[in-house]
Write a protein that binds this ligand. Structure first.
Ligand SMILES: NC(=O)c1ccc[n+]([C@@H]2O[C@H](COP(=O)([O-])OP(=O)(O)OC[C@H]3O[C@@H](n4cnc5c(N)ncnc54)[C@H](O)[C@@H]3O)[C@@H](O)[C@H]2O)c1
Ligand SMILES: CC(C)[C@H](C(=O)O)[C@@H](O)C(=O)O
Ligand SMILES: [Mg+2]
Length: 358
């Protein structure tokens, strides 16, 4: 096949990790007989620098003309909160997700066999294994609600961020979670704050209705604070976790660390039509950018998810995942996952090692 892939390299370590994922894609192409047309798309702080806007006109159209999008990361201190919204990289990330209709963000947190020692949890908890899929709602909630900033008579400046969810938005992400669980261990945990938030009470009632339609799937509700605790106490209990946008953002970073490092976790953002967008869950890591220190595995595994979810090519996805596991099993580590006494390899070397296994 020939695949047209939009590359949003972005800021900070984004270009470094995307570079390694592209090498892996090329290698998989040779092995499995695929070719690619890569289309570079400017988005994020680099776009602000180049054209004055983090989300240049025509960005969504360029992506829609491709089969899938691979994104590194955007953001950095140079384009911080003091900048106008249209220059902030994060504004662009939210806009591309919304414009492409990518309401379902799949964030698998898997403790890879070679990484059991890197798990910061108790040995017996790590040995039980961690293999969960966070299904995060991505185009609604507080991320997209009205923002207000105003002066009050008695309390000075006040700000408000509105959080809203419709039944429709909840139902479509809920269905994704239940359907996905049928390909896994048939258990869905819905995470909310129904003891406080109206949006969560609606969330819970829609999930309960859906649960009736999937009697073969075990269903439970967790409050988000309890879930955060359970992810550290016993993450092995979870199969599919489904939650709203901001809870999913926070819980997925937590889940990444219990599996070893944020540098390991990929994600797929999908909607009802192509293209899907694939990106590591980490950010642009300004503290290590440009130093060949970033772990490229999260982005490489995101390319594997691209094969699985956008191209329906499980063999290629399995091959990439197996190559990552083989390199880790040989003891190769980037700095974020190196135990004391282990000399880490750089971003490029890790990419090369993974290519050699393909
Ligand atoms: N999807 C995205 O583009 C995305 C996601 C998260 C944060 N961000 C942005 O990134 C910028 C930095 O955010 P932050 O520092 O809070 O989060 P971050 O994820 O960039 O970094 C957090 C910590 O994890 C480390 N880290 C992250 N990725 C790594 C990797 N691949 N290998 C090794 N170490 C890694 C960093 O060095 C840092 O110490 C902000 O502007 C933020 O808005 C973007
Ligand atoms: C950069 C930011 C807008 C983004 C989010 O909160 O969705 C990031 O943290 C993520 O997890 O993809
Ligand atoms: Mg995040």
């Amino acid at each position: 096949m020939n695949y047209r892939i939009a590359l949003i390299r972005g800021d900070g370590i984004g270009p470094e990790v995307v570079g390694e994922a592209v090498k892996v894609l090329e290698r998989v192409g040779k092995t499995f007989g695929h070719t690619y047309e890569f289309v570079d798309v400017l988005l994020g702080g680099c776009a602000t620098d180049a054209v004055g806007k983090s989300y240049p006109d025509g960005t969504a159209e360029k992506c829609r003309a491709c089969d899938a999008v691979l994104l590194g990361a955007v953001g950095g201190p140079r384009w911080g909160a003091d900048k106008p919204a249209e220059q902030r990289p994060e504004t662009a990330l939210l806009a591309i997700r919304k414009d492409l209709g990518l309401y379902a963000n799949l964030r698998p947190a898997t403790l890879r066999p070679a990484m059991i020692d890197a798990c910061p949890l108790k040995t017996e908890t790590a040995q039980r294994g961690i293999d969960l899929m966070m299904v995060r709602e991505l185009t609604g909630g507080i991320y997209f609600g009205r923002r207000e900033k105003y002066e009050t008579d008695d309390r000075g400046v006040e700000c408000a961020d509105r959080m809203a969810y419709s039944e429709h938005e909840i139902e479509r992400i809920g269905r994704r979670a239940f359907e996905l669980s049928r390909l896994r261990r048939r258990k869905v945990t819905s995470v909310d704050k129904a003891n406080v938030l109206e949006t969560s009470r609606l969330w819970r009632s829609v999930m309960h209705r859906l649960a009736q339609e999937y009697p073969d799937v075990a269903y439970e509700d967790f409050l988000v604070d309890n879930c955060a605790m359970q992810l550290v106490r016993d993450p092995g209990q979870f199969d599919v976790l489904v939650t709203e946008n901001m809870f999913g953002d926070i819980l997925s970073d937590e889940a990444s660390m219990v599996t070893g490092s944020i540098g390991l976790l990929p994600s797929a953002s999908i909607g009802d039509r192509a293209p899907g967008l694939y990106e590591p869950i980490h950010g642009s890591a300004p503290d290590i950018a440009g130093q060949d220190k970033a772990n490229p595995i999260a982005t490489i595994l995101s390319a594997a998810m691209m094969f699985r979810y956008s191209f329906q090519r499980a063999a290629e996805a399995d091959a990439i995942e197996a190559a990552v596991d083989a390199v880790l099993a040989e003891g190769w580590r980037t700095a974020d996952i190196a135990e004391p006494g282990v000399t880490p390899v750089g971003t490029r070397k890790m990419g090369e090692l993974i290519c050699q296994k393909l």
